[in-house]
Ligand binder design. Sequence first.
Ligand code: GLN
Length: 286
Amino acid sequence: MNGKIFNLEELFRSGKERLREAQIEEADLDAWYLLEYITGVTKTAYYGNPKADVPEEQAEEYEVALAKRAEHIPLQHITGRQYFMGYEFLVNDQVLVPRQDTENLVEEAYRHIKEKLKKEPNKKVQVLDVCTGSGCILLSLMKLCGQIEGTGVDISEGALEVARQNGERLKADAVFRKSDLFENVEGAYDIIVSNPPYIRSAVIEELADEVKLHDPYIALDGKEDGLYFYRKIIAQAGKYLKPGGWILFEIGHDQAEEVSALLAQAGYDKIDVKKDLAGLDRVVSA
Ligand code: GLN
């Protein structure tokens, strides 16, 4: 970079221009996030001294990151991080990037956990997360409540590696085990949560590039009618659920009726559907 000295403001301005040109939807915001990620400068520090010098190697790093974002690589895959429930999770191409919508499932599960602890304050709560991916659901629950014994299972070794790293970083003592759904699951649980792949195979092609090119296909694909994993999980979960336990799923906005029906057929009661912030059906519990 010809020994040129850069300052934060200049870099931010060129970052915004670069991403606007590339027609990135949230260009300014993304330009800021990348700058913050690379320089470690907070917004407050920036406004305090926008002309502060930036070391050349950071300026170069910012260039590289902007080039990636300009090619529509999602922010989270550039930084390798995503916030979920206020905690920072590591992500890579082996896991679904945690979605804000999934926080609804965590909140609902947490409500049931608190209710259980009200009745039996000194007991541990056993929680199983099926298709745990990055581990974001299980680990946030364990951060919210210190009385959880958590197990997360996934078929993907790559995902489990990420989940274990997240467990270590967040100092949550979860067990992550390779298992095709319940294949290697033992014991009985108070709460089973799952955000399984639920997108109909035929629809995956229609998803935005930033999703379909970067989130793992197996984390999205719910097979022909999108319900494949709900069917399989509901068929087996009863064996691993304690009496009075709860099963909770994230669902696609148009799947509440079908998933509720599957649960009813399998003998579950107290079936309840909760909506997300956008007013769409998002969580089913039973
Ligand atoms: N449980 C993880 C999440 O909710 C992964 C889900 C998935 O891969 N379908 O983010």
